[in-house]
Design a protein around this ligand. Structure first.
Ligand SMILES: [Mg+2]
Length: 219
C-alpha cells in the first residue's frame, strides 16, 4: 500500500460524523474464507474439469471470452451456500477495519460476485460478528441491512445490470452508490475488481472520484 493511500485511510479512521459513509466489503477471501464451495473450470486446454477455491479463482483470467468455461453451480446450491458461510473462517485483519469504521458510525455494505442475494444476507446475518466499542465480540445484527447487500450475480439483481463480467457489475453498483453516500471505502481481494475500480476513479467527475477509496483486502 502506497504512503498516500495509507495516510488517506488513516484520515478516514480519525474522522467523525460518518453516518453517510459506507464501508463496502467483498465476501469471499475478504471478510471470510469460505468453506467447501468451488468454481469449476474446463478450458479447451483442460483435459479434466478443474476445481477452484474462490481464492484460486480470483487469480484466473476470466474475461468475456473465457467466462463460458467456468461453472458456478456450487453458488446456486442453497445448502452449499449456507455451509460455505456457516463454516467459514473469518479474516480478522479486514474485519478489524470494519469494526473500526462501524464504531465511527459508518454504514456496512456487502458487494459480492455471488448469486442468491437473500441467502448471502441471511448467512452473513447469522455468522458475522463485530467488536463493539467496549471490545466485546457481538453479532452484527442491524448493522447489516438487507438493502445494503449486493450479490451481482443474483438472478434478480443481475437484471438491473448491464455489465457482463463480475468486475463490470461491481463497478456499476459502486457508481450508483456514489450518488447516495458521501464516502465509500471499497475493499476486495480480487485484483481484477481493484483494477476496474481504479479505472472507474480515473473517469469519474472530481466530486464523485474524491468520495471513493479503494483498498486491497488484507490476508
Ligand atoms: Mg473475493
Amino acid at each position: 500500500m502506497g504512503y498516500r493511500v495509507k495516510n488517506r485511510i488513516k484520515t478516514l479512521l480519525t474522522e467523525n460524523s460518518n453516518t453517510n459513509k459506507l464501508i463496502l466489503l467483498d465476501v469471499d477471501d475478504t471478510i471470510l474464507k469460505p468453506s467447501q464451495i468451488y468454481i469449476y473450470r474446463k478450458l479447451p486446454t483442460d483435459s479434466v474439469e478443474v476445481k477452484l477455491a474462490p481464492a484460486e479463482y480470483a487469480h484466473e483470467d476470466v474475461t468475456l471470452e473465457t467466462k463460458q468455461y467456468y461453472d458456478y453451480r456450487d453458488f446456486l446450491d442453497p445448502l452449499k451456500i449456507k455451509r460455505s458461510i456457516e463454516d467459514a473462517q473469518p479474516i480478522v485483519s479486514n474485519l478489524q477495519i470494519m469494526d473500526e469504521l462501524l464504531s465511527k458510525g459508518y454504514q456496512l455494505g456487502i458487494l459480492t460476485a455471488r448469486s442468491s442475494e437473500d441467502m448471502v444476507y441471511k448467512g452473513l446475518r447469522d455468522w458475522l460478528m463485530y467488536k463493539s466499542k467496549t471490545g466485546e465480540l457481538v453479532p452484527i445484527g442491524d448493522h447489516l441491512k438487507r438493502e445494503n447487500v449486493y450479490a451481482v450475480n443474483d438472478t434478480r439483481r443481475v437484471r438491473g445490470l448491464k455489465g457482463e463480467t463480475d468486475y463490470e457489475k461491481k463497478v456499476e453498483v459502486v457508481k450508483e452508490l456514489l450518488g447516495v453516500y458521501d464516502q465509500i471505502l471499497f475493499i476486495d481481494d480480487d485484483e481484477k475488481n481493484i483494477k476496474e475500480m481504479r479505472k472507474l476513479k480515473t473517469i469519474l467527475p472530481r466530486e464523485l472520484k474524491d468520495k471513493l477509496f479503494i483498498k486491497h483486502a488484507l490476508y
